[in-house]
Design a protein around this ligand. Structure first.
Ligand code: SF4
Ligand code: SF4
Length: 359
């Protein structure tokens, strides 16, 4: 049973503000090198315990143990969920791809080469948001691209001034089974949906004569961009907390030279709520989330980016727990009261998951 130790339902009435609600120390802030992400370090950091360890290393043994939520069926779903993300070439492309033999590039006139004249960036932002919703984004916001959030080892030309940041809601029932495999399936479906949405919105931008860099977790840090674009605030769990779904979202973004009007950042009291709540830290099996009352500038592992005032998450421990668990985890999402407020549940069994939404 997960109880909300604050005894309070978090408030989600937003207040639009002029500056993003994070505190940075510019003397410490550095652009993050993507080689320091845990996933890159799995392949490239031989000094780390997680080097060359994949979290399917214990999958066969785990299946044989017969635990609920860790069956062959559960893992089959979790691995199926990533297929569009992993296999669809158009998802994370920086350029137009030519998937068809007959296209505007090969027959007739190419009406997409000239730039559509944008005399009202606000209206263009409306068009972009409507298109993003059509393609399946649950939330969309726009911000100026703050270069501090672009990975140090990625070159994004100066003309890409704007970021379209999109959030994709993850399946509430799936997440409520974490750390079991259906939660990982909800995550993987989120990533696969991202690929579809990015391809559609990116192509919409290109058909207007502008450029689009379609990104998932690559190229730039999604969470501060999501904050800049007014999608939410940073939580103790290191994730973007949205008023609508809490942290139960995946994030993706398109960097573009299309003229757009930025949204304002928002505030709805997350930092103050997190100071007392601590549920994510209490339930994290890896002990990866800080129990400190106050956020700080102290990093806790090499995969943290210094310079922001926050509760730094030990993502090394998190990843090593995934290896033990044989699949990734979303417990810090499922227990968060901001998730429970929208999902209506914090915890269900894999059996309940498989029997839900089935006539
Ligand atoms: S994903 Fe799981 S292991 Fe990682 S920080 Fe969240 S609760 Fe902890
Ligand atoms: S991020 Fe953690 S501390 Fe903050 S509200 Fe969610 S569960 Fe509570």
């Amino acid at each position: 049973m997960i109880s909300n130790r604050t005894g309070k339902v978090p408030k989600t009435e937003i207040r639009k503000i002029e500056q993003p609600p994070y505190v940075v120390d510019q003397s410490k802030l550095r652009r993050f090198n993507s080689k320091n992400t845990v996933f890159d370090r799995v392949m490239g950091d031989s000094s780390w315990e997680g080097y060359m360890r994949m979290y399917d290393e214990k999958i066969l043994r785990t299946i044989s143990e017969g635990k609920s939520g860790y069956s062959r069926v559960d893992f089959a779903l979790a691995y199926a969920s990533w297929i569009v993300h992993d296999a669809f070439e158009g998802g994370f492309s920086w350029k137009k791809i030519k998937p068809y033999k007959i296209s505007v590039d090969t027959v007739g006139i190419d009406w997409t080469k000239t730039k559509y004249e944008v005399d009202d960036p606000y209206r263009m932002s409306i068009f972009i948001k409507r298109a993003a919703r059509l393609f399946g984004a649950s939330l969309v916001g726009v911000c100026k691209l703050n270069r501090d959030w672009v990975y140090a080892d990625v070159d994004v030309p100066e003309k890409f001034e704007n970021a379209i940041v999109m959030a994709v809601e993850m399946d509430a029932d799936g997440i409520a089974t974490s750390p079991a495999a259906p939660a990982a399936a909800a995550t993987g479906v989120g990533y696969s949906k991202m690929a579809f949405i990015l391809a559609g919105v990116g192509e919409f931008v290109r058909n207007l004569g502008y450029e689009a860099i379609q990104c998932g977790n690559d190229t730039a840090l999604s969470i501060p961009l999501g904050i800049d674009a007014g999608l939410g605030e940073l939580g103790r769990n290191g994730l973007l907390i949205t008023p609508q779904y809490g942290p139960r979202v995946r994030l993706c973004k398109i960097l573009t030279d299309l003229p757009l009007e930025p949204d304002k950042p928002v505030e709805f009291g997350v930092k103050e709520f997190c100071k007392k709540c601590k549920l994510c830290a209490e339930h994290c099996e890896a002990g990866a989330i800080s129990m400190d009352d106050e956020p700080s500038f102290e990093v806790v592992c090499r995969s943290n980016n210094p310079g922001a005032l926050k509760w730094y998450v030990n993502v090394e421990r998190c990843y090593l727990y995934w290896c033990e668990n044989a699949v990734d985890c979303s417990t810090c999402i499922k227990v968060c009261p901001y998730n429970v407020a929208s999902a209506g549940k914090a915890n269900i069994s894999a059996k309940e998951f498989w029997e839900s939404n089935v006539k």
